[in-house]
Structure formats: C-alpha cells, structure tokens
Design a protein around this ligand. Sequence first.
Ligand code: DAH
Length: 354
Amino acid sequence: MTTTQEFEAIVAAARTAFASASTPADLENAKAQYVGKSGRITELMKGLATLSVEEKKSRGAAINQAKQAIEAALTERRQALADAELAAQLRAEALDVSLPGRIREPGGLHPVSLTLERIEQIFASMGFDVADGPEIESDWHSFTSLNNPPNHPARSMQDTFYVDIDGDDGIPYNLRPHTSPMQVRYAHQHIKRYADAVKRGEPMPEIRVIAPGRTYRVDSDATHSPMFHQCEGLWLGENVSFKDLKVVFTDFCRTFFESDDLALRFRPSFFPFTEPSAEIDIQFQSGPLAGRWLEVAGSGQVHPAVVRNMGLDPEKHIGFAFGMGPDRLTMLRYGVSDLRLFFDGDIRFLRQFR
Ligand code: DAH
C-alpha cells in the first residue's frame, strides 16, 4: 500500500466511524481513535521523529492533510448531530397552532328581555311601578274578576291551558292567557295602603303600574307561540281619561322606537274588562314597514265591574288599562319576521343581539 493510499484509508475509516456515531458522546469517542492523544494520526506524527528532513517534509504534509480532512469530517458530523437533536426537540415540543381554541363567548340578554327592560325603563320614567305575578292563575283572577261572562270563548280548552289542580272554587287553575289578572292582584296587594291613606285624610293614591311577564295560549304559528309575553298597564286615579291613555301610549311608542315620525290609531274594539275599548295600531312613516298599520296593544277605560273586584269604588277610581305584546314590539324593532326564532334558542340568531 502506498503512503497516499494508507492515509486515504485512515480518512475513510474515520468518516465511517463518525457517521455511525449516533450521539455526541459516541462521536467524541470515535474522534479520540484518530486525532486524540494516542489516536492514529498522533501516532503517525510521533513516527516522523526518526525520518530524514526530506521525508519529514513530504510525509508530514500528507499526515497534516489527512488530519485536516478528519477534522473537517468531525465538524460536519458534530453539526449534523446537533441539527438532528434540535429537530427532535422541536418535534417533541410541537404545538398544533391550527387547533381552534376553547373560547368562552360573552353572554348577552335575549332580545325579548332587552325589550322588557326598555319597556320598564320608559314606563318607570313616567312614574309607573313594575309588578310581577304568578303564571299559574285562578279562574277568578284570569276571567271572572275581569268581567268575563261564564261562556266567554277565552275560557274554552281551545284557547287556554289548564292545570290538573282545582282551585277553591272547584275550577282548575290555568296558565294565565294574559297579564290582565295583574290589575286586580296589584290593587289587592296595595289595598291596605290605599285604605290607610284615606283614613289619614290624604288623597287616595293613584294606581300606576305595569306588569310584564309570560303568558300562555293554545296557539302556534309564525306569529303566535304557545308561550309568549305580555305587558299589562294600569293607571287609575280620580279622573284618568282616555286622553291620558293616548298621551302615555303615544309617548311610550315614540320613545321605544326612537321616532317622532310614528302615527298611532285607536281602533274601536271590545274587551269585557274595558268600556270603551280600543286596539292600538302604529304606523311607521319610513323604513321597511312604512305605511302599514300594525296592531301592538289592546286598551280601554277600566270597566266599573273590574274596579269593584279590586275592592275599590268605581266612582272614585277611574282610568285606563292596556295590554301589549313585547314579542311583537321586538319583531318590529329588530325586523324579525318569525316569532318562533325567539324561543328556538339558536345561538346563531341570539348572538346578533349581544
Ligand atoms: N288582555 C287582553 C288580551 O290579552 C289585552 C288587553 C286589552 C289588556 C285591553 C288590557 C286592556 O288591559 O285594557 O288580548
């Protein structure tokens, strides 16, 4: 073997040894066998001592060349192992940033709740109290106290849900079909306060209240839901007139819809608990609903029979009542065409009102 071939073989063997070292420690061991203190190259260097000056020169240069080649291979392999180690570490610590996060969405009020809040605020600013009452109601409160004759169609099973529990009068309780029973309930709740005021020689306090809440009827289509909302209004005083009803309700509608450009129409109607009675229609002058009359409430001057059932004197307690549909108002305010969307609980719909 010539010297050159011998050195080339050593370099090749070193490369193979380095390539098969799979960790930095293995590589350092392999390095020691070639360029370490007693490695092959170091041994060859030591052998130069016995040679002539000429031979030292040429052989020394060849050994140096081999040493440089081995060191270059070593550096290359060191880098490759370091790269592989880094790559493995990155793989182990990898985060899948494409996975959607777990977001907790902010909540919001239901559109009908927003409307009820708005109604309460507006009427509170006009001095109305806000009252709440039971959804399971007696026949007397839902019908009799409100001057409904015994054969009134609202009392039939086709219109009203009944509960399997009889009241004291032997008639089953109902899921209140309207908020009107709150008129009599509220008067009864405050009757002692009124009587005490009169005893003290003070003027009789007015009754000025709204009662929003859930109501139920056997009815279901795009504009009727078996569970819906109503808001009752009642203002009784010494002489509260139909004119006051017009002022209050017109004011309410214009504030609610934020428009002075709103026409109201009081259309003659019939309710057993009011006389005279009127349906209240509104008409927008601009926007997508412009020009159409839209019914929003029933109303009228409270019937003397109802005032008597409140325990009050109909000669002294005169005023109006109304019952409106907050669901309807919400549909008009937000341009919703199907009432059922309010009760489906679809987050894609509800999210829009957040
Ligand atoms: N209770 C009636 C209904 O559900 C609405 C109503 C009409 C309420 C006239 C009133 C009123 O207080 O005066 O259809």
